[in-house]
Design a protein around this ligand. Structure first.
Ligand code: SAM
Length: 279
């Protein structure tokens, strides 16, 4: 049976009251985490992940960190800021399919003004982020399928892995299996987007039942938009996995093909047209 973590992240989060940490993540979130909304200004989108990552750096003091899914950088920059704030230096590797110099739509707030610009990660980071924070951050470009298998071949290991890339079933299964493979003894995996009432949450929700057989400590933290808002109608959160039962498990790539197929089927099942109810 999986047990609840001794140093419960969920309890810490539920009792959260730390204005300094709150502000540290807020400032980064305004630059890298606002989401566009139809008919209104861009708004915070789950800045809370930054708080949870910050707390993990504080208590676990990982030396080597891997983030799968850089996005615009709230996760990896929150971790870099936490490393500095808690005097816990680490190397942070972050993987994304989108190259660092590709321009994307980017909602942000500068000097109190919210706007949407076309810019790349490199452009925004170089213009607005303290260079000292960027120093330990190493950007890797490619799909997680390409990058994680290479990291495994190169025998790389990490103390903390944050999974937050593709949310379809196959991507989540692939990223979790390779993360287990890449995890150092005593390390922790944090998964975003545990969202049982949303289509995009299917991958993480399905994988958690498998993860419970592989990790002794499993904790679900209902975190999204709890501190910074805007409130979401349905529960969403993160999953923390630690105490891997069999260190350095191998990944069976033949069985992975089954999950590739299952991913297509599950995606088709999301279609309203295929749901067998008529009225
Ligand atoms: C939700 S965002 C990541 C947010 C980021 N972790 C943060 O905390 O700000 C997801 C990112 O994963 C990337 N992504 C999606 N599928 C991927 C894949 N198969 N391999 C690598 N990156 C992927 C997307 O390009 C996107 O930038």
């Amino acid at each position: 049976m999986a047990k609840i973590l001794e140093n419960s992240l969920r309890e810490w989060f539920q009792a959260f009251e730390d204005p300094v940490r709150r502000q540290r993540i807020w400032d980064l979130g305004l630059l890298t985490g606002l989401r566009e909304r139809k008919g209104s200004d861009p708004a915070p989108a789950n800045f809370e992940r930054g708080l949870i990552l910050d707390r993990l750096i504080e208590v676990r003091r990982p030396k080597r960190i891997l983030e799968i899914g850089t996005g615009r950088g709230l996760g990896c920059l929150s971790m870099a800021a936490a490393c500095r704030a808690h005097g816990a230096p680490a190397e942070i590797f972050t993987v994304d399919i989108t190259p660092r110099d590709r321009k994307i739509r980017w909602a942000l707030e500068l000097k109190g003004e919210k706007k949407v610009v076309h810019a790349s990660r490199d452009e925004i980071w170089q213009a607005h982020i303290d260079p000292e924070l960027l120093q330990p951050v190493h950007q890797l470009t490619g799909t997680s399928v390409q990058v994680l298998s290479k990291l495994a071949r190169d025998n790389e290991r990490f103390d903390l892995i944050f999974i937050d890339a593709g949310h379809d079933l196959f991507s989540v299964v692939y990223d979790l299996c390779y993360s287990a493979r890449l995890l150092n003894e005593g390390g922790m995996i944090l998964m975003d987007d545990f969202a049982p009432m949303e289509d995009f949450g299917i991958g993480t929700c399905m994988v958690v039942s498998h993860a419970r057989r592989w990790f002794n400590a499993v904790e679900i933290i209902e975190s999204e938009n709890v501190i910074y808002g805007p409130a979401t109608a349905t529960p969403r959160g993160m999953v923390a996995l630690s105490e891997l039962r069999a260190p350095r498990p191998s990944v069976d790539n033949l069985r992975m093909l089954w999950w590739r197929l299952a991913g297509f089927v599950v995606r088709a099942c999301e279609s309203e047209k295929l749901f067998p109810l008529r009225g």
